[in-house]
Design a protein around this ligand. Sequence first.
Ligand SMILES: Nc1nc2c(c(=O)[nH]1)N[C@H]1C(S)=C(S)[C@@H](COP(=O)(O)OP(=O)(O)OC[C@H]3O[C@@H](n4cnc5c(N)ncnc54)[C@H](O)[C@@H]3O)O[C@H]1N2
Ligand code: MOO
Length: 407
Amino acid sequence: MELLKLVSIKEAKEIIEKNSTYKIETEKINILDSLGRILAMDIYSNENVPDFVRSTVDGYAAQSEDVFGASESLPAILKLVGEVKIGQTPPCEINAGECMYVPTGGMLPKGADTVVMIEYTEKLDHETILVNKPTAPLQNIVEIGEDVKKGELILKKGTKIRPYEIGVLSSLGILEIEVYKKIKVGIISTGDEVVDPKEKINLGQVRDINSYLLYSLCEEEGVEPTLYGIVKDDYEKLRETLDRAIKECDVVIMSGGSSVGNKDETVKVIKSFENSNIFIHGIAIKPGKPTIIGKIGEKFVYGLPGHPLACAVIFKNFVAHYFDKLRGFEREDFWIECKMAVNYHKAQGRAEFLPVRIKVENGELIAYPTYYKSGLISCFSKSFGYIYIEKELEGVYQGQRVKVFKF
Ligand SMILES: Nc1nc2c(c(=O)[nH]1)N[C@H]1C(S)=C(S)[C@@H](COP(=O)(O)OP(=O)(O)OC[C@H]3O[C@@H](n4cnc5c(N)ncnc54)[C@H](O)[C@@H]3O)O[C@H]1N2
Ligand code: MOO
């Protein structure tokens, strides 16, 4: 029986990168439809935001020199020369010894360099204001271009659009942006024992988890999944479904039948396509060892392990990574540092992704492994994230500080 030739995680990622030649087209969309999409252009600001000096409080625009040293016992006395209306330009400039009422968000009159909050003033009569607290130059104001400067690169190609990016774009009046089209991903579950959850199952059968798991993982990545259903371990049917999926999608993910058993047809079926090339069959990772990654023409085809946990771990590490490459997205992984609750001995020869949940004990974050087998699914839903244990290590010790990455 042929043994799988395992590549390391690093090698697998490099192979994926080297083979990422497929081009994803771009499209122009309204910013309200752009949440989670990846920007396909650099965006420069063509104006200053704000483009006028703006007050951040309700109060009196004044010259800071005039209110320097003002106090309750010795207030500064200013002449009120008018009022700024919100959304309008000030009626006039102010000079030394003068002030003008300005609302929050109102434009500062020329001559003013500070705004005294209304709470620190007293209106003596219709044209006299007493100020009993000093304000420094530039206090309580937003300067021209303080938010965004004209000509500034505000969003880089490859940025994932969040609500905050949409806010910045609307502040500049940019309502249409160019993003990568959603990557179309075909999902095929295989296995004689796998049954659609809508149907009744018999002993020995299992409900299809992977179609649902992969579909939602795809949605989380902002790509467009299509389910091609469950295909029995039948070479012709699998070939026919893969042929259809590869024509209709940019990437195809199959699950099940990736190992070396008698009925594991995935490799045979991929190889039957004239223009196919399998560049990975086996990664030194737990869970997820018997993973297949190849191409049919220019399009990537994945054969993920049938075990649901393995399927999810491989998706996160090697499918999402490929989506990133196609869209120029640089992912940043953040972690939470925790203390390990117990000793954990890792399997030899493979790097391991160990699911954990976090508890707070005596003010410390403690990571508890949610003991798992890769054929299970519920331990992931009980976990916060995972710790990564390198291939060369034997395991992790109780009390050791570990990095917990969120799922
Ligand atoms: N002799 C060996 N046997 C196995 C090896 C090995 O190296 N030598 N590797 C094991 C590892 S590790 C994994 S992971 C699995 C992967 O197996 P396959 O990818 O070939 O998947 P199947 O055999 O088709 O299924 C495995 C398991 O998962 C269940 N399954 C499959 N599809 C679904 C689905 N859509 N929803 C829910 N569950 C699914 C299936 O019923 C099996 O229980 O191979 C080990 N064996
Ligand atoms: O790689 Mo397998 O996923 O350990 O069971």
